[in-house]
Design a binder for this molecule. Structure first.
Ligand code: PLP
Length: 451
């Protein structure tokens, strides 16, 4: 059976973000999960060290979440949200608004983070048309940003490795610099922040009349390598957006729902965006629901007689799916009942001191962390910060070694990602960090130092 299903997977599947030649060499099929571990078809168990791509909150097969889906199934699995609503989508909307920054009062559902960002972009674009400022059509996005893989999201993303091939398909956006303290000349977070804010302000001074919106990940740039923004950067961007009348779209898809030790990462700096995308942890990692939040002011710009053509013409077949919304409601109840956000904030310091141990390794250049969002950057030379040659694929080989040692993650180049389920205990965190340490030690010694 095991062999058969592996052969089937090689024969018919094409996996996301995967070079299938790698998959064919090292196939993996997950069959079940319990708590913060998953189990493959051979019965081997692994820590879910990246929360199944940054989603999982309470662990797998959480009884209350399972039951919420079963309960909902006894009523209905799905009906459309086009022109009507359903019970859980409506109840969830109220809860989502309660959790969010104060100014965000409206939610628009979709199925993935990329869609939530597309929706934010389209809303921002149409908003200016609807209020009679059609000249505002351009977007500012951050260098090295990532917002998902649909064409709009790719257009405002800028990770060369993923995006350059689609250049001709994308719409243009102005790219603003983002602080990278580790590789900055001064290494000073304040200086790095101020330089980037200054460059952004110059761009806005020159172009704000044509700029509709600015998009930015919240507090941490995730996919470019877990770069935590220096204190005051996100709030500085908010100030500039307000000053130059540009809508601020904050992407909380990765950082939202407790990941950084606040319900939403923008709370670290009291930032209130004009539009905000969230997804991933919204259902505890169970079902594909995402959401675009916006303000009453933006909502009202679309609210008019049909003939005036201000309707937001956007939707997906599964928008507001009942099963997804029902499990999201229970997820939010558990956040409160189990004080998940408080627990993450409390365990963040423990995790930091565990990770600090890794600095003793000769190839660990930088460790970046906000809450349970951690990246460990491996470099050829700690002194010069010179990266490993691309073709050595050090991060990839470390993650394969981790797999062998019983833990799953996906590296971002040579940045090893640790994004444990939010309910992970101190002991589980320690075991995961120990696996990372051993894998880095073995791989850098065998593949790099011994050649
Ligand atoms: N935005 C950010 C910041 C992300 O990290 C991701 C995915 O990792 C996305 C958007 C895209 O989300 P999805 O994969 O659900 O489309």
């Amino acid at each position: 059976m095991t062999h058969e299903i592996i052969e089937k997977s090689k024969k018919h599947l094409w996996l996301p973000f995967t070079q299938m030649k790698d998959y064919d060499r090292d196939p993996l099929i997950i069959e079940s999960g319990k708590g913060i571990k998953v189990r493959d078809v051979n019965g081997k168990e692994y820590y879910d060290g990246f929360s199944s791509v940054w989603l999982n909150v309470h662990g797998h097969r959480k009884k209350e979440l399972d039951e919420a889906i079963v309960d909902q199934l006894s009523k209905i699995a799905h009906s459309t949200l086009l022109g009507m609503t359903n019970v859980p989508a409506t109840e969830l909307a109220e809860k989502l608004v309660e959790l969010s920054p104060e100014n965000l009062t409206r939610v628009f559902y979709s199925d993935s983070g990329a869609e939530a960002m597309e929706i934010a972009l389209k809303m921002a674009f149409q908003y200016w048309q609807n209020i009679g400022k059609p000249e505002k059509q351009k977007v500012v996005s951050m260098r090295n940003g990532y917002h998902g893989d649909t064409i709009g999201a790719v257009s405002i993303g800028s990770i060369d490795l993923f995006h350059h091939v689609y250049g001709a398909l994308m719409f243009e956006s102005y790219k603003a610099p983002i602080p990278n303290v580790y590789r900055s000349e001064s290494g000073d977070p304040d200086q790095c922040r101020d330089e980037c804010l200054h460059a952004l302000e110059q761009l806005l001074i020159e172009k704000h009349q044509e700029i509709a919106a600015l998009s930015i990940e919240s507090m941490v740039q995730g996919a470019s390598g877990i770069f935590v923004m220096p204190e005051g950067f996100l709030s500085g961007v908010r100030t500039l957006c307000t000053k130059y009348d540009v809508l601020m779209i904050v992407d909380e898809v990765a950082t939202g729902f407790g990941r950084t030790g606040k319900m939403f990462a923008c709370e670290h700096e009291g930032v209130q965006p004009d539009l905000m995308a969230a997804g991933k942890g919204i259902t505890g990692g169970y079902l594909p629901i995402a959401v675009t939040y916006t303000t009453e002011k933006i909502y009202e710009a679309f609210y008019d007689d049909y003939e005036n053509l201000k309707t937001f013409f956007h939707g997906h077949s599964y928008t507001g799916n009942q099963l997804g919304c029902a499990v999201a409601i229970e997820n939010i109840r558990l956040f409160e009942a189990e004080d998940i956000v408080g627990q993450v904030a409390k365990k963040t310091e423990d995790l930091k001191s565990m990770l600090d141990d890794l600095y003793a390794l000769p190839h660990v250049g930088d460790i970046r962390q906000l809450g349970f969002m951690c990246g460990i950057e491996l470099v050829q030379s700690k002194k010069t910060k010179e990266p490993f040659p691309f073709e050595k694929r050090v991060g990839y080989h470390v993650s394969l070694k981790m797999r062998e040692l019983g833990m799953l993650t996906r590296p971002l180049g040579d940045v090893i990602v640790l994004m444990p389920p939010l309910a992970s205990t101190k002991e589980e965190l320690q075991e995961m960090v120990s696996i990372i340490k051993e894998a880095i030690e073995v791989v850098t010694r065998e593949r790099v130092e011994l050649g």
